[in-house]
Ligand binder design. Structure first.
Ligand code: SAM
Length: 472
């Protein structure tokens, strides 16, 4: 039976409740009165239930769909302003004992060369990332308790934080590794990680078990309950996501929001971020082999409806998506994007061709970080390298309460400008630097609080003079 407060996966992601939500959505999706009621509720920026959001997602009334997109854009502006936080993935190891049918790391894949970075190789990758200007990483690893045990992950995190090349520093390491024990989550917390990210892949238990036929990841409950263990282990920022294309997108969407509601009901804090990956081509993987692929229009609608359902949750889009798709959805609610990503093990030092590579998937946005930063600014966004939520302890429920009150602008906006300034001084091309400095001048005028504006101005000057010991 459905119980958002239960700690059992099959109760907080109750299959009958998902199906009942889809029925509700079918019944009301084109009922103008009910859709208007939901849109009015969404305007309050206090979120929607999974049933309400499912009805919006299913709505096909052209003027209402238009209103949903417009409102998502407005809510995004209200909560996140025009800042977009940048990060890069760092692949540590592709050894894997699972058999996920959509992932080229699966253990039956004998073509893929297996690689695990040594600490020296990690240091070189980190230097390459710092030299681009990155400050925030997401480390990625296949699941292999022998080749990549938790001790290896922890040592790698220590290495990453220890490297300071020129003015470079990685200030936040997010972690995307397989579901693990409370004890291991405690160790990750003690290693000062930022967000723990784990994609559910699919919430449909029957599909999940078919798509993960063997290995520890086969256990639906263990995987689905991972975020509760992470929170029990003291990690208060967790990142959810589903891999769109594996099962019906409407099922995934409703269940994803039920998962968010569950975390809020049990731990008093929802997910820090939601990622929206789609299955991509990779070595040994053909995305067309999956029946539930979604087109760009549906994808954009999903982003817009997530924005309205959980306005206080960051949304992440990776380089799985092309520049054109990223351009379209970014304004509908995305708050973080990856840039200049390499999805192979060791790929920042030695880029690999697509064929016979260790790429986890082929990236669709191949631009350099400078090109991404330049593009964001031309599109009216402020690229931000801020990691302060973690640095200043504004994580978990404290971050949520700041964010829910809409106060995020007062600290995030100045931090975005200052970290952008660091980027411009240290890494940008002359053209990007000129564009960025003009943008910073304009955006400073938009800080209404005179005191905050004054401090920001002072810090910007110090950055220009070479000071780099800020903790954003
Ligand atoms: N091994 C960890 C786990 O099991 O969760 C880490 C995850 S893996 C390095 C990162 C994510 O990439 C997976 O959770 C999956 O959603 C995604 N992924 C795998 N194969 C993919 C593909 N062909 N296209 C797009 N994303 C893929």
């Amino acid at each position: 039976m459905y119980d958002p407060k239960s700690l059992h996966a099959e109760q907080f992601i109750d299959n009958d409740e998902v199906l009942a939500s889809l029925e509700y959505a079918d019944r009301y999706c084109n009922d103008p009165a009910e859709i208007d009621r939901i849109i009015e509720k969404a305007k309050l920026c206090k979120g929607l239930t999974h049933r309400e959001a499912s009805a919006l997602l299913a709505c096909t009334l052209p003027d209402r769909v238009q209103a949903i997109f417009e409102l998502a854009e407005k809510v995004k502006k209200e909560f996140y302003g025009n800042r977009i936080v940048l990060f890069a993935p760092l692949y540590l190891s592709n050894y894997c004992i699972n058999s996920c049918v959509y992932c080229p790391y699966h253990r039956q894949n004998k073509h893929m060369p297996r690689k695990k970075l040594t600490q020296e190789e990690i240091a070189k990758e980190v230097i390459a990332l710092q030299d681009m200007g990155h400050k925030r990483l997401a480390i990625e690893s296949g699941e292999d308790p022998v080749m990549a045990p938790i001790e290896y992950i922890l040592e790698s995190i220590r290495t990453i934080y220890s490297i300071n090349h020129r003015n470079g520093a990685i200030r936040r390491v997010n972690v995307n590794i397989a579901a693990t024990t409370v004890d291991n989550y405690r160790k990750l917390k003690a290693a000062n990680i930022g967000t723990y990210i784990l994609f559910q892949e699919t919430y449909n238990k029957e599909s999940y078990e078919k798509l993960h036929p063997a290995g520890p990841k086969h256990d639906y409950a263990y995987h689905t309950e991972a975020m509760d263990r992470a929170m029990e282990g003291g990690i208060d920022d967790v990142g959810l996501g589903v891999l769109f294309g594996l099962d019906s997108y409407r099922y995934e969407f409703a269940a994803l929001l039920m998962h968010a509601e569950h975390l809020e009901a049990v731990h008093g804090v929802g997910p820090h971020t939601i990622s929206v990956p789609r299955v991509k081509r990779a070595e040994d993987i053909d995305p067309n082999a999956f029946d539930n692929g979604i087109d760009d229009g549906i994808f954009a609608k999903i982003c817009a409806c997530i924005r309205l359902a959980v306005p206080y949750t960051g949304m992440i889009i990776s380089t799985r998506e092309s520049p054109a798709v990223r351009e379209k959805v970014i304004r509908l609610g995305i708050s973080q994007i990856s840039g200049a990503s390499r999805t192979s093990v060791g790929g920042y030092v030695e880029p690999e061709p697509e064929e016979d590579s260790t790429n986890q998937f082929y990236v669709s946005d191949q631009r350099t970080l400078d090109e991404v930063v330049n593009w964001l600014m031309r599109d009216g966004f402020i690229p931000s390298f801020c990691t302060a939520c973690y640095r200043k302890g504004r994580t978990g429920d404290r971050f949520m309460s700041i964010c829910k009150k809409g106060e995020i602008q007062n600290c995030c906006h100045p931090n975005a400008l200052m970290t952008l300034k660091e980027y411009l001084e240290d890494y940008a091309s002359p053209e990007t630097k000129e564009l960025g400095n003009a943008l910073i001048t304009r955006e400073l005028d938009n800080i209404s609080n005179a005191g905050i504006r004054e401090i920001t101005l002072r810090n910007l000057k110090s950055i220009e003079q070479g000071q780099r010991d800020f903790r954003f």
